[in-house]
Write a protein of this length. Structure first.
Length: 135
């Protein structure tokens, strides 16, 4: 069952994974970094929606999720950034989608960190203390 705390824990794990894999530099599987950055954003948005009692669809569409977030959240993602993040969870995960450059993977992690910072400040302290889940 989804709770804000469990969503935050999973989001933190995704961000940790993205940042860690990014350290591989030229050997970095950039699609993996971008996927986990997208998952971090998606899970933070969904955790916020759960906190506010807002129903949301089963989707990876960041634009749809952002549109549901309360105005107080102040999510500052452009339409282009939202579309790019959504692509990381959908089209770029499949063969033939093209190469993702290392600079783009770095930007994806920056986006995830930005959303993390914006959303975490809205949570009660017990949720802000949540760290990534452990296997």
């Amino acid at each position: 069952m989804w709770s804000s705390g469990s969503g935050v824990a999973k989001a933190e794990s995704d961000l940790t994974t993205a940042a860690h894999v990014l350290k591989l530099g030229a050997e970095c599987p950039t699609d993996t970094v971008c996927f986990h950055a997208q998952q971090c954003v998606e899970k933070y948005l969904k955790a916020l929606l759960v906190l506010d009692g807002i129903d949301f669809p089963k989707t990876h569409d960041i634009e749809r999720l952002t549109a549901l977030t309360p105005a107080r959240a102040g999510i500052s993602l452009t339409a282009e950034e939202q579309g790019r993040l959504t692509d990381y969870a959908t089209t770029t995960r499949y063969p033939g989608s093209g190469e993702i450059l290392l600079t783009e993977a770095r930007r994806a992690v920056v986006l995830a960190r930005r959303v993390r910072k914006q959303v975490r400040g809205l949570f009660p302290s017990e949720i802000r203390r949540v760290r990534g889940s452990r296997p």
